[in-house]
Structures are given as C-alpha cells and as structure tokens.
Design a protein around this ligand. Structure first.
Ligand code: ATP
Ligand code: MG
Length: 358
C-alpha cells in the first residue's frame, strides 16, 4: 500500500514524513533496512496479531506495512509543468491514497508561498491542479477511444460515456471519485484519475492543538474525505526523543495520542481493506491486507506466488475463535476451524493456513 503526501510548498510535508520515517525505523518489526530516501515504511499495528502470536507461540510478529511517499510541494500550474509539476503528478499517480497536508499554523517564521495562511485557498489550489491533470488525461484518452466506439466496440462505447461524464464533472470541479468506473470499462487500459484516490486531510496546526480547524473539517466532509490534526514540527521533534521524554513532552503539550498513529490509522482506513493473519508455533505471526470480496486464493497470492500456484485448500478460523480455543487442534475440535476452497470469500480477522503442493 502506497500513500503519497501532497500539499503546498512549506505546508509541513517533509516534517511529517521525517517523523514517520523515524517511527518506522524504530518499530521493532521494521522489515526493510534500505529504502529510497523519500519513502517511509510504517507497520500497521494490530492488537489482534500480538494476541494471536502470544497464544500460538509465534517466533516473531511481523505487521503489514504502509509506505508513505514524500512528494515535493505542488504549486499552481503543476499540471502545466510548472515547477517540477509533471514529475510530482507522476509520483502521486503511483499511490493508492493521498495524505493532503494543509498549513493551518500561524508561525510567522515559516514563509507561505502565497504570502498568507489560508487553508481553504490552499486546498483549492491543490485540488485544482489534480483536477487539471485528470482533465488533460481524460481528454487525451477520449480522443483515442472515440474511434473504437464508432466501430461499435462495446468496451469502447462504455468507456467513452464514462470519460465524457468525467470530463463534464471536472469542468464543474467534481472529483473522479464521484463518478466511479463502470464494470464494463477495461481497467487496465483506461485513465487512473488522481481525484479518484481517497484523501486524508492532515491539518498542520499550531503546537499544543489537535483539533481540525472548521474550514478543513467542513471541506473534508463535503468532498467525502477524512481529516486529522497534528503539528508536523512537534511530531518531528518528538520523534527525535526517546519514548519516555516524548511521553513527558506530549503531556506538557496536552497531546493525548501520537499524531503519527492517527495519520497511519487514518490513511489505512481510507483504503477499506480487510486484515487477515497467518500464525504458527515457532514461526512468524503476520498480518496481511486484501480488498473486500477477495478469496482464499487471492490471500494465498499475498503470502507467496508459489503458495497460490500450488493452492490445494485452506484452513480458516476467525481470530477470536482461535484465541478462545487456544490452538489449532482445539479450534478444529470446536468446529470453528473450517476447510475452505479457493473461492472462499475472506473475512476480516480470518486466520488462514494454506495447504499447497510444491
Ligand atoms: N505546525 C508547525 N508549526 C510551525 N512550524 C512548522 C509546523 N510544521 C512545519 N513547520 C515548519 O515549516 C517549515 C516547512 O516545513 P516542511 O519542510 O516540512 O514543509 P514541506 O511541505 O515539506 O515543504 P516543501 O514543499 O518545500 O518540501 C519547516 O521549517 C518546519 O519546521
Ligand atoms: Mg518537503
């Protein structure tokens, strides 16, 4: 899962990113040691996984991760290639969701590219750039599709209608997420609009506050997005301290929970994924994620392509049933552990053991 951090220049993106990087590097189960400098890998903590690992006697706990990409500031005109515009937009294109950092703090020492702090206007600037980029992409694609549609190609006809609807929406300032792609459009061939991606607004507020300012909260609600508030600078400073000092400083500042936790959880929730687990005695306990509606066969593919290729059947038990039974044998006796085929639709919290050949 990849999340891109976007926002105006100087909004506080890199401060947030640096705090995330340190948090990731310090987490006990950080699975990668080398990664590009603009990517922070964060484990998505899950209390269920820890409990399963303890009961089953796993050798270690490996939580699934989420990648945050620091993307340079997006200025007005980026979609026309201003600044490093196109490169930034290409970076955003590869992500599954967007964290949009909005400057809300009033520290005069930090220059604002437009000369004044105005969260609503900043949000509009960024959203407009994303819309322009999508508009250009959709118009280009439409030119190509029109010919196929004229020839009577079913997929092309459906795609043409969808693109026209998208374009009409863009002209009215409507993001692509409000015009979902119909099933009969070839997903692999057509545009992947930036404005279809789910968004988490991060209001970068003055230190000591963790309330989302009303303008940001209302905007987020209007566009169907979520919002959290943090002080990027404080989070970056806190991440430099050891745990004890950080906790004391949080208390002094009156910030309850780690702002980073809220950002990671908030970003993760955007993706609407289900979590499943693999756990065994003396081996790793791991968490994994899948889109809702995916099957045991897809789950096997997440674990390993070889396991998917050799899929025979799956043993599935809900995490709480396994916990209650205290082990696989007891869960089998209790009838909560079931045998399932490849088409079994995975449920959130399933613990799976894939039996496979090879
Ligand atoms: N909540 C805050 N209060 C006060 N100062 C802050 C806050 N958040 C960030 N800053 C300061 O704002 C400046 C810009 O922050 P940062 O480098 O994170 O922005 P950026 O969005 O990455 O900018 P760019 O687009 O240039 O990459 C830094 O000096 C940082 O310490
Ligand atoms: Mg930066």
């Amino acid at each position: 899962m990849k999340v891109g951090i976007v926002g105006m220049p100087n909004a506080g993106k890199s401060s947030l990113f640096n705090a995330l990087t340190k948090a990731g590097a310090e987490a006990a189960n950080y699975p990668f040691t080398t990664i590009e400098p603009n990517v922070a890998v964060l484990p998505v903590g899950d209390d269920r996984l820890d409990r399963l690992a303890a009961v089953i006697g796993a050798s270690e706990v490996v939580a699934d991760t989420i990648d945050f990409h620091d993307i340079a500031g997006l200025v007005a005109g980026a979609s026309k290639g201003e600044g490093l515009g196109n490169k930034f937009l290409a970076n955003i294109r590869e992500t599954d969701a967007i964290v949009h950092v909005v400057r809300c703090h009033g520290d005069d020492g930090v220059i604002h590219p437009e000369g004044k702090v105005d969260p609503a206007s900043d949000i509009e600037t960024i959203e407009t750039e994303l819309l322009f980029a999508d508009l250009e992409g959709a118009e280009k694609r439409l030119e190509r599709v029109v010919r196929g549609a004229r020839g009577g190609d079913k997929a092309a006809i459906a795609e043409k209608a969808w693109l026209e609807e998208l374009i009409a929406g863009y002209h009215e300032g409507r993001a692509a997420r409000h015009t979902p792609m119909p099933d009969d459009v070839d997903r692999g061939q057509t545009v992947q609009p930036l404005t279809a991606k789910p968004v988490l607004f991060v209001a970068n507020v003055d230190e000591g506050s963790d309330e989302v300012p009303a303008v940001v909260a209302e905007h987020a609600e209007r566009v169907g997005a979520k919002a959290v508030a943090i002080s990027s600078r404080i989070e970056a400073e806190l991440s430099d301290l050891d745990e004890e000092d950080a906790a004391a400083m949080r208390e002094d500042l009156g910030i309850a929970e780690s702002g980073l936790t809220r950002v990671v959880k908030g970003a993760f929730d955007l993706l609407h994924l289900l979590t499943f687990f693999t756990v065994g005695q003396g081996v790793r306990a791991q968490s994994w994620h899948l889109e809702h509606g995916r099957t045991a066969w897809h789950a096997a593919g997440e674990i390993h392509t070889d396991i998917q290729k050799g899929f025979v059947r799956a043993e599935v038990v809900p995490w709480d049933a396994l916990l209650e039974a205290g082990g696989y044998g007891k869960a089998r006796e209790a009838g909560t552990l079931r045998l399932e085929g490849r088409d079994y639709v995975m449920q959130d919290g399933d613990v799976i053991t894939v039996k496979h050949t090879g």
